[in-house]
Design a protein around this ligand. Structure first.
Ligand SMILES: NC(=O)c1ccc[n+]([C@@H]2O[C@H](COP(=O)([O-])OP(=O)(O)OC[C@H]3O[C@@H](n4cnc5c(N)ncnc54)[C@H](O)[C@@H]3O)[C@@H](O)[C@H]2O)c1
Length: 405
């Protein structure tokens, strides 16, 4: 299959390109490299030394003999070029990772909010409009987030995208399925909620075939393919904006930094290992909806954990200390989370559970590249409101208070 991987230079996109290329697909990476520019803006770098995308593709060719094509294109701002690209390349499937994906980054300032909405909603809508205009019947797979459901305890399992409701009508109650009401907790999550409406419309109006994967927090770094050569290594974010919770704990443990738990650490979140993430995309690809079907929604996660339990687990493994800090986010202090993921299990996903072997693999990667870490970039300091900004802890190590003598 000819597959366009939008955002194929990113953390989940890159291993997906390798995984699907390894399976024999013809891979076209479309990326504007904005994530690399954001590293420059924030003054951070991936913990792992990441080569240019051109060099990564060259190494993959050297290792496997397979070609990865790279196309530099901004999906959000260059609509005419996007349309031309689709008309010229006519992919059989499109996998859409190309969005600004950090909730803290999306909440930094008004400029970051505007950028995140313009970039994410713009990119998604341009892809949909271009598919319709060029008449390409490609299966579009989008990476959404579990965060669209919101993180308040509902006392019932979160279904896969749709909620059964009973509506009172003059003829009596009628059963219906509606999109699960969204409750985004950040501007980033809000863009994923908006994406859902765009998908619903284009599936119903134009018969586009769309799968939306509501993904949990991805942890780990290596997949079978990124292990094949040191220069195929995946990017790995540790900073307060882009680092995700479990990966951050593991990195903090590796460099002797206190594990930064926000609030009580009572937040429960859904997780998935990077290897399972790429496998789920393979499974979704093989199970495309038909034209005219509603958007297919999968919960792409394998387990849920409470943040303070994860911190305690990592602390037990590594001897790290846990620091409870004021929460920069506006969110429920404690929540339960039960999630259904029957569809991927039925398609044959055999989940990688969070187990100590893989946790220590990440710690080993972090130790190997510890010299690349700027400790001042570790705290999460993007606050959800101006009031919360006043109580953010910017120095959990108490470096600033260290006596000079
Ligand atoms: N990493 C996670 O834990 C996680 C969890 C849930 C969902 N997701 C979703 O999965 C997708 C991929 O996440 P990731 O962690 O790989 O993110 P990432 O930031 O590492 O990768 C995103 C890629 O998209 C590119 N991109 C962004 N805007 C673009 C545009 N306008 N035009 C072209 N390219 C553009 C970036 O340059 C980057 O290479 C995102 O949509 C994200 O919301 C990720």
């Amino acid at each position: 299959m000819k597959i366009a991987i939008l955002g194929g230079d990113g953390f989940v996109g890159w291993p997906t390109c390798l995984h699907l290329s390894n399976l024999g697909h013809d891979i076209h990476i479309v990326d504007n490299l904005s994530r690399r520019w954001i590293d420059t803006e924030l003054g951070v770098q991936s913990l792992t030394p990441m080569d240019s995308i051109q060099e990564r593709c060259r190494i993959w060719k050297e290792v496997t003999g397979r070609t990865l094509h790279f196309h530099l294109l901004n999906l959000a701002t260059e609509y005419e070029r996007v349309k031309q690209w689709f008309a010229e390349h006519r992919p059989d499937a499109v996998i859409h990772f190309a969005e600004q994906r950090a909730a803290p980054y999306s909440m930094k300032t008004d400029r970051h909010k505007v950028y995140t909405v313009d970039n994410n909603v713009g990119a998604t809508h341009h892809v949909l409009a271009a598919l319709v205009e060029t008449g390409i019947d490609a299966h579009l797979i989008h990476l959404g987030t579990m965060g669209v459901y919101g993180y308040s305890s509902v006392g019932a399992p979160i279904p896969e995208g749709y909620l059964d409701v009973s509506i009172d009508t003059p003829a009596g109650p009628r059963e219906q399925q509606i999109l699960y009401p969204t409750r985004p907790g950040s501007v980033y999550h809000m863009t994923k909620s908006l994406d859902q409406i765009l998908f619903q419309f284009y599936a119903q109006n134009d018969g586009l075939r769309i799968t939306d994967l509501h993904q949990g927090i991805v942890w780990g770094t290596h997949t079978d393919q990124t292990r094949r050569h040191p220069q195929l290594v995946n990017r790995f974010d540790y900073d307060g904006d882009y680092g995700t919770v479990l990966n951050r704990f593991l990195i903090q443990a590796a460099i002797g930094y206190p594990l930064t738990v926000h609030g009580t650490g009572g937040q429960t979140r859904a997780f998935i290992h990077i290897q399972d993430s790429v496998r789920c995309i393979e499974l979704a690809l093989a199970d495309a909806p038909k034209s005219g079907e509603r958007v297919r929604i999968f919960n792409q996660m394998t387990e849920t954990h409470r943040v303070r339990d994860l911190a305690q687990l990592v602390a037990r493994l590594s001897g790290a200390k846990v620091a409870f800090l004021p929460n920069p986010r506006k969110e429920a202090e404690e929540n339960d989370l039960i999630v259904r993921n029957d569809q991927f299990l039925a398609l044959g996903l055999n989940p990688i559970r969070l187990e100590e072997g893989l946790l220590s693999e990440v710690v080993d990667v972090a130790k190997k590249f510890a010299h690349r870490i700027d400790r001042s970039r570790v705290p999460a300091v993007s606050a959800w409101t101006k009031e919360i900004a006043e109580r953010v802890d910017r120095d959990p190590e108490r470096q600033a208070l260290r006596p000079a003598s």
